[in-house]
Ligand binder design. Sequence first.
Ligand code: MN
Length: 220
Amino acid sequence: MKRHFLLSALLLLSTAILAVSAQNARKHELPKLPYALGALAPKMSQETLEYHYGKHYKAYIDNLNTLIQDTPYAGMSLEEIVVKAPNGPIFNNAGQSLNHQLFFLGMSPAPQSQPSGALAEAINKEFGSFDRFKAQFARAAAGIFGSGWAWLATDKAGNLRITTEANAGNPLRYGLIPLMGLDVWEHSYYIDYRNRRAEYITNYWDLVDWKVVGQRYDRR
Ligand code: MN
């Protein structure tokens, strides 16, 4: 009878330990895309997606999962790590994991081509028109020296801003909410456009899904 009790207690304890370690080891995962790898071609080729989504983006997530093991970041969401981690490898890989999530899930082979609703109003108010916003954003993205990101971001009140970031930067770092991010690391365009970043930016407008961007704005 005593032995039976001990066994039951051991079983309970090991189940609890397994549950706790499973929680601590919560892994960040490469999200499934809502479109096929070749669906954005010819503006963004299947080969680019195979490398950019399948290798670069995946490597950031794999690296992050390795780096955060047994650290206070192990149980945190990507957003939380991006806000809290000091500059360094954990921030870089969390930033790039979040940045690529926003980038890839914000595109579609059949996108809503223009903003609508509250976001459309905010864009008109801040930039004068959608076309003027696009011109200003494209200039900002083209002007980034080296690797980085151009963002459309908002504050909680709904005021929009265009920001540019080096490397893994994200406006969440200083309290703004990222709505749409354009990757201007060479790995995002070199297969399809070689050094022609401006052409890559022009064609990006045909892939951005303003329905998704608008939903992010509404959820801010
Ligand atoms: Mn990238």
